[in-house]
Write a protein that binds this ligand. Structure first.
Ligand SMILES: Cc1cc2nc3c(=O)[nH]c(=O)nc-3n(C[C@H](O)[C@H](O)[C@H](O)COP(=O)(O)OP(=O)(O)OC[C@H]3O[C@@H](n4cnc5c(N)ncnc54)[C@H](O)[C@@H]3O)c2cc1C
Length: 494
């Protein structure tokens, strides 16, 4: 083997760079392998808004992550608190009490410290005023535990991490795809790589796998998520096809977690097959709590107001995929127009506008217009207009008597112009993956750690089931990436 490193990290997204930086600060010589060319590098992390879920007890904690917060910004913002207990509760609740308790505790308890550590490496953060706060009487109030975002969103995050890696003397190879692990009875000794189309071997004392899930692999989607999933659109990178999961399983790693589950959202019906970095996450359509959904049969099919958007959006993609034709329309009236998120204003949007509901339903491609009109009228008649609408809390303004209720934020559709947006299912990432222990060592099917092998990020199983609290994906990669890199280096340098 002509190349030799202490630690080789597979992948160049958030988890991978946190691992590389963690390994480097512990003295290791580190190589990062990125399958993508440089212009498409950074994995799903680059497609994100850069939102990170962090537990905090108040603004003093947040200042560790965002030391640039000005006194004026602090004065005009109610950051509230998002305690470790709240965060643990959210993880448990949305995963239906399946998330691995030990890993989840680490994820939550190390969240603040890890993001502050990233700041120390040069990644800058700001408060997510634009996305996660409502302006109440001139003061921004944060809700839903999602307060921190990387400056420049996902692209800013990946740029900052790449710069930090270079500054710290970490080598990065682009167009370098890990195709196998070199291992014997004593553990992992290196990685087989296809670099610029040529196969080569890199020796390593330890290897960190951080190469994402399998969501960009339609064959694995159909195989593990189930029939129909090959028809979903991929929201992010086309390079996360399950490679690192496969090469670990090949040497006896144990699979764990929700292999038939994934994070999937409402995504523009006419979006391309994979994510488009120029559009980023803007094909998503997340304002459904303020309106209603209709399917091809003209029927509502889900409680749009079951909970805050943060706690439902990641599981509703699956619900849309299950509809006839795998699409749905979101319908709003003018009363909530100002509340629609920025992603509704992009040029690449599938949108219809009309001055009456009668005209609107006729414009909904592939929908039974008559049934749709009847459904909207029945919905309007069922809204509890005696209760006030309040987007800042679960307002209990519901429908009554409908087979599919709307539990909060039920507004009548009565004010022109009416708008409709066509969506399908966009898959974000798969939930099933490799079993790790709390030191991020990959565990074998015999229940023992595989010496020299660590994993972090999207390809780890056992953390997310059914659903996911928004902003946990990046935090998960950062927390466990840092631990993986640190431990991989310690073993390599011993
Ligand atoms: C549109 C969108 C918006 C999102 N918004 C948010 C958000 O705001 N907040 C949040 O927390 N999460 C968000 N997520 C989820 C988040 O992106 C992921 O949870 C997180 O980025 C995963 O990080 P990772 O480092 O594990 O994987 P990735 O960032 O996907 O990195 C995987 C890397 O591995 C590389 N790779 C793959 N195969 C190989 C191979 N064989 N050899 C070498 N390299 C390989 C890939 O090219 C890539 O660089 C979003 C996802 C999408 C798609």
């Amino acid at each position: 083997m002509k190349d030799e490193y202490d630690v080789v990290v597979v992948g160049a997204g958030n988890a991978a760079f946190c691992a590389a930086l963690g390994a480097r600060e512990n003295g290791a010589r580190v190589l990062v392998l990125e399958r993508a060319p440089e212009e498409e590098a950074g994995g799903n992390s680059r497609f994100t808004a850069g939102l990170m879920r962090v537990a905090y007890n108040g603004v003093e904690d947040l200042k560790r992550v965002m030391p640039d917060l000005s006194p004026e910004e602090i004065a005009r913002t109610d950051f509230g608190t998002y305690t470790e207990e709240q965060c643990l509760d959210d993880m448990a609740r949305v995963t239906e009490y399946r998330c691995d308790p030990d890993l989840t505790e680490i994820l939550v308890k190390r969240s603040l410290d890890t993001v502050a550590w990233m700041r120390s490496k040069g990644v800058r953060f700001t408060a997510a005023w634009g996305r996660q706060a409502f302006n109440i009487g001139g003061k921004f109030k944060f809700w839903g535990g999602l307060t921190v975002e990387a400056v420049g969103g996902g692209p800013g995050l990946v740029d900052a991490l790449t710069t930090a890696a270079r500054k710290n003397g970490i080598d990065v190879w682009y167009r370098a795809r890990a195709t196998g692990l070199i291992a014997d009875d004593e553990g992992v000794k290196g990685v087989q790589v296809r670099r610029d189309g040529k196969t080569t071997h890199v020796a390593a004392k330890s290897v960190v796998l951080a190469a994402g899930g399998f969501q960009a692999n339609p064959e694995w989607r159909a195989r593990y998520l189930g029939p129909g999933w090959e028809l979903a659109k991929v929201r992010g990178t086309r390079f996360n096809t399950g490679d690192a999961i496969r090469i670990a399983l090949d040497i006896g790693a144990a699979p764990v977690g929700n292999w038939s589950g994934c994070h999937a959202v409402a995504w523009d019906r006419n979006a391309p097959e994979f994510g488009d970095l120029a559009v980023g996450d803007q094909f998503q359509k997340h304002s459904y709590p303020w309106g209603v959904y209709l399917n091809a049969e003209g029927k509502r099919f889900v409680d749009e107001g079951a909970d805050f958007r943060n706690y439902t959006y990641a599981k509703y993609g699956r619900v849309i995929l299950a509809q006839p034709g795998q699409f749905a329309w979101q319908i709003f009236d003018a009363k909530v127009k100002a509340q629609l998120r920025d992603e509704y204003k992009i040029r690449q949007v599938t949108k219809r506008v009309a001055n009456t509901l009668e005209d609107l339903v006729k414009q909904l491609d592939d929908v039974d217009a008559q049934a749709a009109l009847a459904e909207l009228k029945a919905y309007n008649a069922a809204v509890r207009t005696d209760l006030p609408f309040n987007p800042n809390v679960k307002d209990g303004r519901s429908t009554q008597g409908l087979a599919i209720p709307k539990s909060n934020w039920a507004n009548t559709l009565d004010t022109a112009p009416f708008e409709a947006y066509a969506v399908t299912c966009g898959i974000t990432f798969s939930f099933g993956g490799l079993r790790i222990n709390t030191d991020t060592q990959v565990i074998s099917t015999d229940g023992q750690p595989i010496p020299g092998l660590y994993a972090a990020g999207e390809l780890v199983g056992g953390i997310f089931y059914f659903n996911y609290p928004g902003g946990t994906g990046l935090t998960n990669g950062s927390v466990f990436g840092r631990i993986a890199g640190t431990n991989a280096a310690k073993v390599a340098m011993a």
